[in-house]
Design a binder for this molecule. Structure first.
Ligand SMILES: CC(C)(COP(=O)(O)OP(=O)(O)OC[C@H]1O[C@@H](n2cnc3c(N)ncnc32)[C@H](O)[C@@H]1OP(=O)(O)O)[C@@H](O)C(=O)NCCC(=O)NCCS
Length: 329
């Protein structure tokens, strides 16, 4: 079988209109702008409107990515939406996006790998393209966290934001382009570190569960912090070891945007400066499956990355999952 390369033809983002600064959170929970900024690097986040769901933000991101790629929605073979805040438990949010953008020839499914979702989706799409089965795939990460957060829990509600990002991935004859090496990982023993306890088949929604707010996100923040600080350098070293490249050859690492202190600690362990990591959590907070796509979008807009560059993407989060890949853009 002939192996093809893959390239990102266009990137898009879908953001709600409303911006919530840290100072607004001071009126909701016992916190301070300064605490949030100094402990996480976050300054503001976007918040969806009452009638805005994940599929709306995903469709917006997809339309921009298609425009930038100069690709018609009818050319798309497959839509993968990575999300942990879908419109409905079922059907798939990807199917709603398929309908909204008029991708009449596309298959569509959701992928749940929490904050690692964008990279899981990219690796999945890439494999369809490399083997020649599909030519054009929309990879989307989208979240409306504001509707699944417990706004009384200061440990979690200050950290997250709403948004979506999309990438049109296309087949190319140049097989040097695309994902060079990757690692998808999971440690399910940590399933309870970031979880919505009720709402699935284990604990269906009951009046008691609603009362206890068990359908909303709960998180053991310091355990996730320790997991992230360990897995980032370990996984980066492993994906590099599968190639002839060294960390020096990577132009920029585009990580999941959870907390700048996680990245500071990972940078120290890797022996690199913070300028090796692209960061934009100040603008969006943690947008989970959307975050790496939003970071890639901004890195291109700001000229920090361009076509041909070698980059490394790394996501980590609930599951506990992680996903890392080295990409020739
Ligand atoms: C949540 C997180 C920012 C907390 O930062 P931290 O420096 O580790 O803070 P600690 O957990 O040690 O808490 C310190 C104190 O701040 C308090 N605190 C927590 N949230 C607060 C807030 N929003 N405002 C003010 N104080 C807060 C805690 O209650 C604790 O108080 P105590 O010492 O009286 O018990 C950090 O653990 C983190 O970022 N973890 C990763 C979470 C994440 O990214 N999850 C998404 C998965 S990708």
């Amino acid at each position: 079988m002939q192996l093809f390369g893959s390239e990102i033809l266009g990137l898009g983002r879908g953001l709600p209109d409303r911006i919530m600064h840290n100072s607004e959170l001071e009126k909701i929970v016992e916190t301070s702008s300064e605490w949030i900024k100094s402990r996480t690097g976050i300054e503001k986040r976007y918040i969806a409107a009452e009638d805005e769901a994940t599929s709306d933000l995903c469709a917006k991101a997809a339309v921009e990515a298609l425009e930038k790629a100069n690709v018609d929605a009818s050319e798309i073979d497959l839509i993968i939406v990575a999300t942990m805040s879908p419109d409905y438990m079922y059907p798939a949010t990807a199917a709603l996006v398929q309908y909204k953008i008029g991708a009449v020839n596309a298959g569509a499914f959701d992928l749940m790998a929490a904050c690692s979702g964008f990279v899981y989706a990219l690796v999945t799409a890439e494999n369809f393209i490399r083997c020649g089965r599909y030519k054009k795939i929309l990879v989307i990460g989208g979240e409306v966290f504001s509707k699944i957060l417990n706004w009384k829990d200061r440990n979690s509600c200050v950290l997250f934001g709403d948004g979506a990002s999309a990438a049109v991935i296309s087949q190319t004859e140049d097989s040097s382009k695309g994902i060079i090496s990757f690692e998808l990982g999971a440690d399910g023993s940590g399933f309870d570190k970031l979880i919505a306890v009720a709402g699935g088949t284990k604990n269906p929604i009951t009046a008691e569960a609603l009362e206890k707010k068990e359908h909303l996100l709960t998180m053991k923040g310091s355990d996730i912090f320790k997991f992230a600080v360990r897995i980032i350098p370990e996984s980066i070293q492993r994906v590099l070891a599968k190639t002839d490249y060294k960390l020096d050859d990577i132009k920029l690492i585009v990580p999941h945007q959870a907390n700048y202190r996680i990245l500071e600690s990972a940078a120290k362990r890797l022996g690199v400066g913070m300028d090796k990591f692209f960061m934009n959590m100040d603008k969006y907070a943690n947008t989970s499956a959307a975050s790496i796509g939003l970071a890639l979008y901004d890195a291109f807009e700001e000229g920090a990355l361009k076509k041909g560059d070698l980059t490394l993407l790394i996501g980590f989060g609930a599951g506990l999952t992680h996903a890392t890949c080295i990409v020739r853009l």
